[in-house]
Design a protein. Structure first.
Length: 258
């Protein structure tokens, strides 16, 4: 728990819990907080709750640890989580910066590889990815395979060798998604205004509620090694609008299935 004994003077156990749990609660978001609140209310053993929210195991563990430290009843924790969820929904939009490459201890940042894997893990209905370059990256393949097994509809828009000219080569993008039962889409060369147009967007949208916009391609170097930057947006209209724009490009024939 942060702070000195003087800082704690006059605080109730719930006040101290709120201070220790605040950061984890913000990361989980309103939908996840409501799931956790129901789990706390169900009187399940706390040891079994941690793995109940895929992609947020560390945050769930932090909330459990804070509740144990203050010896709070499960019902009080559940009420707090629902209250924070309601407040977050009113705030509407959460934006975090996301980076690939070297990190700085002075300025903690979210890593692209982790954010992308967690976004895919949280998808329950629909997942949209767009990338210029696509090469086999096993952690992403594993996350996509699990999403498909959950029944998530996965659509990936890629650049093709024909569309990229000499900028891409080899087995891109086929090898990156070989064997995965997802939909691959592309921007046909015939639909482009001139031969210099490229499919250069790099985004990920989960259930039209979360949007990752990044300079990183879906490659090992893009999500791990290069210095790449992006923003993760939860809530608001941006995630839904991004998915709707894809829908419009698809329905008008500007995007076609591979």
């Amino acid at each position: 728990m942060n702070g000195s004994a003087d800082d704690d003077f006059g605080l109730t156990p719930l006040d101290r819990f709120e201070r220790g749990a605040r950061e984890a609660a913000v990361r989980v978001g309103p939908q996840g907080l409501r799931v956790l609140a129901d789990l706390f209310d169900s009187q399940r053993p706390l040891s079994g709750i941690r793995a109940s929210l895929p992609g947020f195991e560390d945050e769930t563990a932090a909330l459990i640890a804070a509740s144990r430290q203050e010896d709070l009843p499960a019902q009080a924790v559940a009420a707090y989580l629902r209250g924070v969820a309601a407040a977050q929904e009113q705030a509407a939009v959460q934006v975090e910066s996301v980076w690939s490459g070297p990190t700085s201890h002075a300025v903690p940042v979210r890593a692209t590889a982790q954010v992308l894997s967690q976004l895919v893990a949280r998808a329950r209905h629909e997942l949209l990815l767009m990338t210029y370059s696509a090469r086999p990256y096993q952690p992403l393949r594993d996350a996509l395979d699990e999403a498909l097994a959950r029944g998530v509809v996965v659509r990936v828009v890629v650049e093709t060798l024909q569309g990229a000219g000499s900028a891409l080569s080899g087995e891109e993008p086929a090898a990156a998604f070989h064997g995965l039962r997802l939909e691959l889409w592309h921007w046909p060369v015939a639909q482009r205004a001139d031969d210099k147009g490229r499919m250069h967007a790099k985004i990920a949208v989960a259930d039209r509620r979360e949007l990752l916009v990044s300079s990183a391609n879906l490659t090992q170097s893009g999500v791990n090694s290069n210095i790449e930057a992006g923003l993760l947006v939860r809530g608001g209209t941006a995630p839904e609008r991004a998915a709707e724009h894809f829908d419009a490009l698809r329905s008008t024939g500007l995007l076609e299935r591979l």
